[in-house]
Design a protein around this ligand. Structure first.
Ligand SMILES: [Ca+2]
Ligand SMILES: [Ca+2]
Ligand SMILES: [Ca+2]
Length: 224
C-alpha cells in the first residue's frame, strides 16, 4: 500500500471533527444579566477584578496569559485611547471609550483592547467562554482565531456597546483577537470553562482512532 493510498484511507476513516476540531460560536446577549445567566453553570477563570488598573504588554490571569501580538499596531489618531501598542485593565471611571464595560456581577473592571490590532491569549484551557463588548461599531472587523487557525469574525456595522457571548471548543493553545481597525476596540470579561471535563475527550478519541488506523495499516503492510 503506497503512501497516497494510506493517506486517503486515513482521510476517509477519521471523522471531520478530528481534523478540524475547533468551533467558535458568537451569540448576541440582550442584557448583562442574560449573559451572566448563560455562563452560570461554568467555572469562572478570569474577571479582571483583582488586576491593577493600567496598561499592559502582557498579563497573566486565571484564563492564561494575554500578550500584545508582534504584528499589532496601536490606536490611530481617531482613537481616544493611549495610542500605545498596549491593552488595558479599565473601569468606568478610567475608560475613555464608549460602549465597553464590566460584565461581572458586583464587579467593575474589564480587559480593554485600547484599540490595538492584535491581542493573543496563550492558554491550556481547550474550551472557553467569555464576553465581548463593543465590537465592530466604528467600521472595524474583529476576528477571533484559534491555535489551529479556525477563524470567526463578528458581524460588521454593529451598534455601540453590543454584548456577545463567545464559546470556543478546541482553543488549541491560543486565541488571537485581530482587529482590522485602529480605532474600533472592544472589551473582554468573564472568561470561563466547563466545570468538569467530559470523558473521554474528543481529542483522546481522535488520537485513539488515528493510532488504531496506523496499527491496522502497519499490520496490512506486513501481510502484503
Ligand atoms: Ca469584570
Ligand atoms: Ca463604541
Ligand atoms: Ca468598538
Amino acid at each position: 500500500m503506497n503512501q497516497l493510498v494510506i493517506a486517503m484511507t486515513i482521510a476517509s476513516l477519521v471523522p471531520l471533527s478530528c481534523l478540524s476540531a475547533s468551533t467558535i460560536t458568537l451569540t448576541e446577549e440582550p442584557t448583562v444579566s442574560a449573559a451572566n445567566a448563560a455562563e452560570s453553570a461554568l467555572l469562572s477563570l478570569a474577571n479582571f477584578e483583582s488586576d491593577a488598573l493600567g496598561s499592559y504588554s502582557t498579563l497573566t490571569t486565571g484564563a492564561g496569559t494575554f500578550e500584545v501580538m508582534s504584528t499589532s499596531h496601536g490606536g490611530d489618531k481617531l482613537s481616544v485611547g493611549t495610542h500605545k501598542d498596549q491593552f488595558a485593565i479599565l473601569d468606568a471611571a478610567d475608560s475613555p471609550f464608549l460602549g465597553r464595560y464590566n460584565t461581572t456581577l458586583g464587579g467593575s473592571q474589564w480587559l480593554d483592547s485600547n484599540d490595538i490590532t492584535g491581542l493573543e491569549l496563550l492558554t491550556t484551557d481547550n474550551t472557553l467562554w467569555f464576553l465581548v463588548t463593543d465590537p465592530d461599531d466604528q467600521g472595524g472587523v474583529l476576528t477571533i482565531e484559534t491555535g489551529n487557525g479556525t477563524e470567526m469574525s463578528f458581524p460588521t456595522g454593529l451598534p455601540n456597546g453590543s454584548l456577545w457571548l463567545v464559546e470556543v471548543q478546541g482553543v488549541d493553545g491560543s486565541l488571537r483577537f485581530v482587529d482590522s481597525s485602529r480605532h474600533d476596540g472592544y472589551g473582554l470579561d468573564d472568561f470561563a470553562t466547563v466545570a468538569s471535563t467530559p470523558e473521554p475527550s474528543g481529542l483522546a478519541l481522535c488520537g485513539g482512532l488515528l493510532a488504531a488506523l496506523f496499527v491496522g495499516l502497519a499490520w496490512r503492510r506486513r501481510k502484503a
